[in-house]
Structures are given as C-alpha cells and as structure tokens.
Ligand binder design. Sequence first.
Ligand SMILES: *[C@@H]1O[C@H](CO)[C@@H](O)[C@H](O)[C@H]1NC(C)=O
Ligand SMILES: *[C@@H]1O[C@H](CO)[C@@H](O)[C@H](O)[C@H]1NC(C)=O
Length: 339
Amino acid sequence: MMKICLILVLILPLITHALQTCEQCISSGNHYCADTKICNSPVCLNTITVALNCPHAPNATYDDHEARTKWLPLFGAGATNEKMAQKCFDNNWPTMKLSKRILVNCSDPSPILPTTQCAMITAVDTSQRILVLSFRATVGGTQMGEEILNYFVGKKQFFDVGMIFEFFYDAYVALWNGGLSAEIRNLKYKYPDYEVWVTGHSLGAALASVGASWIVKTGLFNPNNVKVFTAGQPRTGDYNYAMWHQNTFAYSFRVVHHHDIVPHVPFQYEVVDHDKMYHHRTEVWYNNDMSEGSPYQICPEADGLYCVNQQLDLSWNDHTHYFNTDLNVYGDQGCPKKN
Ligand SMILES: *[C@@H]1O[C@H](CO)[C@@H](O)[C@H](O)[C@H]1NC(C)=O
Ligand SMILES: *[C@@H]1O[C@H](CO)[C@@H](O)[C@H](O)[C@H]1NC(C)=O
C-alpha cells in the first residue's frame, strides 16, 4: 500500500503535466503534441509550438453548397462592373441587390510602378437580411508583382490588435476614404441588425480580412453578426492580428485550392524574418480540382505545418481557379449559374 501511494505521488505530477490542454502546455513554455495530445510528448510527428495553432474545430459549420451557390457569386460580383455584378446576383441570388461599387487608386506612391486600382462592391438582401462587402482580386500581373514587392516594405499597426501589411492597410483605407465609410454608415443606419458577409479572393481576401476587422474595431458591427469567407488569401497580418481575428470571429473560413501559391506568401519560414506573419483560422483545404462533390479538409491548426503548408509544389493556375471556376472571367461573364 505504501509503495503504491509513493508511486502515485511520484508520477501524478507527470501525468497532470502530460494532460494539460494545448494552451496550458504552451503557456508554461512547453511544446504540445497534436498526435499524442500530450504536453512534451517524447515522440511526436506534429509538434505545436504556438497557441494560435492549438487544434480546434471551427465555431461555425462550413457549408460547401453555400460556398458554391452564394459565396462564389459574391467573389464574381466584387470583381466586375456594376451591370455584371447585378447580373451575378440575378443569375444566382435574385433577392440580392447591388448597392454601390467603389473604385480607387490603391498603389503606393512609387516612381517606377504604374498606378493600380482597387475595387469593391456593397449589396443588400432585404429578404434574407444580409449586407455584403465583396473586395476585388488583383487585376493582371502588375498589381500582383507590386503587392509582392510591397510585402517586404512595411507593416502598420492595426488598431490595438497587431500589425498588418502596409499595402493592405493603405488599400483598405483608400477604399474607406473613397466611399466605403459613407456607404457603410448609410447601410448600418438603414439595416442595423442585418448580418454582414465580407468576402474576396486573392488581394480581395486580404482586404476582406482587414475590412471585417475594421468594421468591428470601429464599433460599427458586432462580430457575432459578421461572416468572413475568403479564397486564396495571402498572409495578411502578424501573430497578434491572427490571434485576435480568430478569437473575435466565430464564422471565418479561409478556403485554399490545392497548390495555390498565394496562401504561402509571404513565406513563413524565411531565414530573414523579423516579425513572422500568420494566417488566421479556419483553413478549408480542397486538395483536388474543387469540382462539385470534391472532398475537403477543415484544418484544425490556423497556420501550422499542416494541410496546405505541407505542400512544396505551388501553382498560379490553382490560384485563379476556385470551385472549378476561372475567377479571371467569371464575374465579367455575369457569373453564369452552375448546373
Ligand atoms: C488615379 O491615377 C491616375 C493615373 O495616375 C490619375 O490620372 C487619376 O487622377 C487618379 N485618380 C484619383 C481619383 O486620384
Ligand atoms: C469558439 O468556441 C470556443 C469553445 O466553445 C469559445 O471558447 C470561443 O470563445 C469561441 N470563439 C468565438 C470567436 O466565438
């Protein structure tokens, strides 16, 4: 009896240490093992070193059908002119009405690069009580090249919740000052209790992340009424921004197609990387062509060496094709209805 007691006294602290939650484990300076679910597991394939990546299921349910029938036409509408944006709605979501399109110069002042433009739309569905903000992707290679140059130029403080890339910050502020601020105040006044759906692809995805965060940080909308849905999003902010975002938005999905290169940039594991940038939750990875019925993974880590981060061969073509649709032309064609 004495012996058993003695053994218990000796091993109990080890057991309780091993059984800590991922967050407890990391905050006490240890590493959590995702495979064994043990703190400081001696054998581990998938070690988690930051709390951002502690495995969790999303707080909301991902709906592949809704992605194809609602969010996809919203990407299309955000990427085209007024006439075709409304056509995108008429073809796919007839109760949704375009409210405003905003087009501004969004490039950094630069003597060598041409001026580029950023665009977005707002829309309202009074029957389903939904407001939409949809941000346009990059247009052509110049803007993407410019973005990539600007990735390494600078970061800006985003309210009190971390840093985001200056290019995204400035582009968002250009849209805000170019009409979005007035528009959103009008919409909020007319439809104070509507849900707000914020979305975009590529550059538009980063702007959607920033935009959703902005309307919450400025107190205009309650995060419980905001849904964020992005496709092909580049890393947008730092660890603190990512952590704040995922602690704030119960509904935020970040869809990645197969080997799309853009969610990998800027690369996280660089040698010269003073303040690492991180993705926020929840990555949904389609490791296939994303045709109707394709399987997908709901990734339990925000930005670990998991899901798409395990891919080494990267593709531009996968970046422009989401849900088996060429996003370079889909909006301008009025988002033809699938099936
Ligand atoms: C946008 O940039 C173009 C080209 O540099 C310029 O001609 C135009 O005036 C600018 N528009 C605004 C609103 O600043
Ligand atoms: C998500 O769910 C967890 C567990 O119930 C909760 O602690 C957390 O606050 C929720 N996050 C959001 C953003 O609602």
